[in-house]
Design a protein around this ligand. Sequence first.
Ligand SMILES: NC(=O)c1ccc[n+]([C@@H]2O[C@H](COP(=O)([O-])OP(=O)(O)OC[C@H]3O[C@@H](n4cnc5c(N)ncnc54)[C@H](O)[C@@H]3O)[C@@H](O)[C@H]2O)c1
Length: 346
Amino acid sequence: MGHMINIGVIGYGYWGPNLVRNFMDLPGVQVRTVSDFKPELLAKAQSRYPTIQVTTNCKDIFADPKIDAVAIATPVSTHFDLALAALQAGKHVLVEKPMAVSSEQAMRLIEEAQKRKLVLMVDHTFVYTGAVRKMRELITTSVIGDIYYYDSVRVNLGLFQHDVNVIWDLAVHDLSIMDYLLARQPYAVSATGINHIPGEPENIAYLTLFFESNLIAHIHVNWLAPVKVRRTLIGGSQKMIVYDDLEPSEKVKIYDKGITVNSKNSESVYQMLIGYRAGDMWSPHLDMTEALRTEGLHFIRCIEQGERPITDGEAGLRVVRILEAATQSVKRQGRLVELDLERVAA
Ligand SMILES: NC(=O)c1ccc[n+]([C@@H]2O[C@H](COP(=O)([O-])OP(=O)(O)OC[C@H]3O[C@@H](n4cnc5c(N)ncnc54)[C@H](O)[C@@H]3O)[C@@H](O)[C@H]2O)c1
């Protein structure tokens, strides 16, 4: 076995403790230091993990030569400064989603990591779930056929964020899942949204993404919904998927449903026959390992083997570019905003 990988975690609010718990569980890995501004959160970390050092000054993490990698779980507006400082201190970085507040910042981080040959990974957590990995397998092995649409609803009551709108908070999950599943980029985005609390960011939004070859995606996100829904339909020419993340185990259901267009005998398009196929439904067995564990193992392997993460800086950038375009579109009540496909090609 190689040497122990030491991790510093910045931000111990809602999400940070999940990162710490998962890293502490991995073989050959230890969280050496946790940083947060709030001493009461640090006290919690320390009582749970007595071996961990704590500090209110994250510079202590950058300055510690024993720390190999830094995980950043602070508000989005702070990701860039913290990730850049970590890279400049020679640390590998795992940064929370969304990677940064602008594509310019994301590109700067990619450049810094490349220059220093450091791993830069974005926590697009869902990509590491058994459900999403199974759907990717079904898509890449042509079980689903040509993808016609991706249609997702991600709504619940709360947690209202103050520094980002609901698109940057929730749609980012769908965008990162789509980036992985479809491995294709939209050429244009149209988005609408509104805020119901004066001066606060949009709490409800609808995004439509246009892709070449008749693939369309729609994402509906909302912090002001009476019930929690996490449901995605993926329509394909061969099969259709219903992905319900709230289902305890049968999160992915594959329906052998669809249409066949039969125009053999028709003299005009009006006589085109649509046949409906309603076959079986099945739910594949899923790897139920916690996503952050799978992701943590992947991060460590990338550090040790010099591999490129699945959710690398480029993946983070592609998602941020769509978020930026959606934000522009919302400001103009859904005006189509085009994305430069050349620039986002990985
Ligand atoms: N991957 C996921 O599924 C997922 C889920 C939730 C949140 N997140 C992401 O995690 C990040 C944090 O979200 P949260 O809900 O945990 O926020 P939070 O406000 O609960 O926690 C953030 C913590 O960071 C601390 N902090 C901020 N700047 C700091 C600094 N310079 N040094 C030390 N500590 C600092 C704050 O004191 C706070 O305790 C966000 O980017 C969010 O998008 C990801």
